[in-house]
Design a protein around this ligand. Structure first.
Ligand SMILES: [Ca+2]
Ligand SMILES: [Ca+2]
Ligand SMILES: [Ca+2]
Length: 248
């Protein structure tokens, strides 16, 4: 190198320092640290996402399992609830749901204070049965989608009345069917509104017509008792569970 070029290189090139070139070394170190941080962040992030997805899948499977058990339990319970319909309490060859005198004591079900013959008053049986229906899902389609929801235990308001009285030995479906044969004009005349329709006794309008024709409607101001039926117009029905001392 010629002597005249030395000053130029001294200006362009950084002067080497004792212990190495710290400036150029620190630049590379910064880049490496940034890459490490990004890698670590991505690793932690994807690890978190993976664990979250895995946990959600496990939770989903648990919920699916619980739902399946609930559905099966609902179906079996609903079926079991109706077993008494096909039993023959008095062994006369007529299943309960078609028997005008379930316990065979000579007193028709509708006027028997213990129609199922278990030694418990009909009102007590009705309320006990009604309480076991608490928690049943409401049939939002009102049997509009067939019997599917019914088979899995879904019910409407009038079902609480019908099912509870059935458990006590009074089968309103049969009562309405028999009454319709004698007095069809008591009911709203529609081609579809007859006992051949499975929902005939599930219509409050028909239930009200039956009670009116039979003289079961209480006069205004009459004292109510537990297990009495209350009808709200032609669209809703409920049971009286308890009557306070002031009559409310
Ligand atoms: Ca029988
Ligand atoms: Ca009887
Ligand atoms: Ca009874």
């Amino acid at each position: 190198m010629s002597r005249g070029l030395k000053p130029f290189f001294r200006k362009m090139m950084p002067r080497p320092r004792r212990g190495g070139d710290k400036n150029s070394g620190s630049f590379l170190q910064v880049e490496i640290k940034k890459e490490n941080k990004i890698s670590v962040f991505l690793s932690v992030f994807f690890s978190f996402v993976f664990k979250a997805v895995k946990s959600l899948l496990i939770l989903f499977n648990i919920l699916l399992f619980v739902l399946a058990i609930t559905v099966i339990h609902s179906y079996v319970s609903a079926e079991k609830w109706l077993e008494h319909r096909y039993a023959d309490t008095d062994k006369d060859g007529i299943i309960n749901m078609n028997d005008p005198d379930v316990d065979g004591d000579g007193i028709p079900n509708i006027t028997d204070t213990d129609p199922n013959g278990n030694g418990i008053h009909v009102r007590e049986d009705v309320l006990k049965a009604a309480r076991t229906l608490i928690g049943r899902p409401y049939d939002q389609f009102n049997a509009g989608c067939g019997d599917i929801l019914w088979k899995f235990g879904a019910i409407v308001c009038i079902d609480v009345v019908n099912l509870s009285f059935e458990r006590a030995g009074i089968y309103f479906e049969k009562e309405l069917r028999d009454h319709y044969k004698k007095s069809p004009k008591s009911y709203v005349s529609r081609s579809w509104n007859n006992p051949s329709d499975k929902n005939f006794a599930r219509r409050v309008r028909n239930f009200r017509a039956f009670c009116t024709a039979k003289g079961y409607i209480l006069p205004d101001g009459a004292a109510l008792k537990p297990a009495d039926i209350v009808m709200f117009g032609n669209s809703h029905a409920a049971l009286i569970e308890k009557v306070n001392e002031d009559g409310s």
